[in-house]
Design a protein around this ligand. Structure first.
Ligand SMILES: [Fe+2]
Ligand SMILES: [Fe+2]
Length: 498
């Protein structure tokens, strides 16, 4: 047995011990035979060794329930390199963003005859062409037409969108500052008369992936532990259900197949988040709030992976990308054996199997949502803040989690814009609006978690109507989404289904 064999054997055995799994003589025989072990290695992985895949192979042979091993890989979680930020970093940051989105748009067939703005400005005769540009200003003329100023690295130009082109005008009305789009139009004297606007968007051809195993993923957010409005009893009921202690037989059967629980930000209510908050806190120290969160969530069975990202109430910097929760404040969470702490945003791959690539889950708390709910007519006039799904769709079309400079606080990373949606996810999960929403956009499941906090005085004042204690749950084999209700009125009754 060479060192590779020993390593492979060790990894498998330690995983089996960790999961408290007894195995058959046949498997012991495989593990002790270098040749069989090598064959096993080759069968499950062609290029590089992946203990997760080997373990799944073993589990299948041994008929171990799939839910006991829940493969997870953090594809993207932001790595911060502390350095002094300067004003010109914002310029480099916007350039990096432009280039990344430009690459996406260049793939689009509609954008033939692509040219730069400096070339358009030199043109004498009328011509149809296309540019990729960032929106700088947006104004309406006296006649009600829309005038944009757009910019690329070579220059700036005005774009006129005529109100008589109704579909285009509706689309252009919802453009936001700093977003990058393709514009097709006819040239005039230092102006483009727009005929079409193309968004980076997600492809139409994305398949609706379905996993091989009967495993479920749950999406929670906005727990707000520490607040006097925190709905502890309802959350505890959820914990009893997921532990298999409560619910009908059917509900218990689902609970036993849950492999993943995501918590998409605002774990605690925090301290000093808004004026007068101290009067609304039961626990006034963030460390104690996190300790309480960890105490409650440690009731979730440990074979279930618990993926956690911060939100604007958590005790990390507000600027995005928000880093993983600090050890200093949230050590009890780091100590949980099944917790995976990531940044906001982050991309996580779950449920990968030997013949299945797994699902990519994009998590983003949603601090930028307030801006788009109020600034985009198409969202504002169709339910606004209540419609997390419309906001998510809007951001996927822009391939950016906060396209407008002022829509969120962010750290200008000059190398890479971490808020760009580089990889198209299978599931886009958010929180922040305290109301669960489920939708499908081009085979991407959009999920907004609800909350575990009743209506606060502030929400009452601004007219937000939270819907607490809803639990969206995705069957990864069928991709059906069910919303369980742990609220007082309806007990365990089902809410909506996709
Ligand atoms: Fe929240
Ligand atoms: Fe929030």
């Amino acid at each position: 047995m060479n060192s590779d064999h020993i390593q492979l054997k060790k990894s498998i055995v330690s995983l089996l011990i960790q999961k408290k799994i007894l195995v058959s003589d046949e498997l012991i025989h495989v593990l002790n035979d270098p040749e069989l072990l090598e064959r096993l290695g080759k069968e499950v992985t062609s290029a590089d060794f992946d203990v997760n895949l080997v373990f799944q192979w073993v589990a299948k042979k041994e008929k171990i329930p799939t839910v006991l091993f829940n493969p997870l890989e953090v594809v993207f979680s932001y790595k911060d390199i502390p350095r002094k930020r300067e004003c010109r970093d914002f310029v480099s940051y916007l350039n990096a963003r432009y280039e990344a989105l430009q690459k996406m748009l260049q793939q689009r067939q509609e954008l033939q005859g692509l040219t730069s703005i400096s070339r358009v400005l030199e043109k004498k005769d009328k011509d149809t062409l296309a540019v990729i540009a960032m929106v700088n200003t947006k104004e309406y003329t006296k006649q009600g037409n829309l005038i944009l100023t757009v910019e690329d690295p070579t220059g700036m130009i005005k774009v006129l969108v005529n109100k008589t082109k109704q579909d285009l005008f509706t689309l252009a009305n919802d453009l936001v500052l700093d977003e990058v789009v393709g514009i097709i139009g006819k040239t005039g004297d230092r102006i483009i008369f727009a005929n079409a606007i193309i968004f980076p968007d997600v492809p139409l051809t994305k398949e609706l992936k379905k996993g091989p195993d009967d495993v479920y993923a749950i999406f929670l957010s906005d727990v707000h532990v520490g607040s006097k409005y925190f709905l502890r009893e309802n959350l505890e009921r959820f914990i009893r259900w997921i532990s298999g202690e409560e619910g009908t037989d059917e509900q218990k059967a689902i609970a036993s197949k849950i492999g993943y629980v995501f918590v998409v930000g605002d774990l605690i209510d925090g301290v000093g988040i808004y004026p007068g908050q101290e009067n609304e806190l039961l626990i006034k120290d963030v460390k104690d709030q996190y300790a309480e969160f960890a105490k409650i969530f440690s009731g979730i069975p440990h074979h279930i992976k618990l993926i956690i990202c911060p939100g604007n109430h958590d005790a990390v910097r507000l600027s995005e990308p928000q880093l993983e929760l600090y050890h200093e404040f949230a050590q009890p969470l780091w100590d949980m054996p099944n917790a995976v702490l990531v940044t906001n945003p982050a991309l996580i791959n779950i449920a990968r199997a030997p013949d299945f690539p797994g699902f990519d889950i994009l998590v983003y708390h949603g601090y930028s949502f307030d801006y788009y709910a109020s600034h985009v007519g198409g969202i504002r006039n169709n339910g606004g803040y209540e419609r997390g799904d419309l906001i998510m769709k809007f951001l996927l079309q822009r391939r950016h989690l906060a396209p407008t400079h002022t829509s969120t606080l962010y750290i200008p990373d000059i190398e890479k814009d971490a808020l760009i949606i580089h990889k198209v996810p299978d599931i886009f999960a958010t929180g922040h609006i305290h109301k669960s929403a489920v939708a499908n956009y081009r085979n991407i499941t959009l999920i907004s978690g609800s909350c575990w906090q009743s209506t606060t005085a502030f929400q009452e004042k601004v007219g937000h109507k939270p819907e607490p204690c809803k639990v969206p749950i995705v069957n990864l084999k069928t991709r059906h989404v069910t919303v369980l209700n742990f609220g007082d009125e309806q007990g365990y009754e089902r809410g909506g289904e996709e």
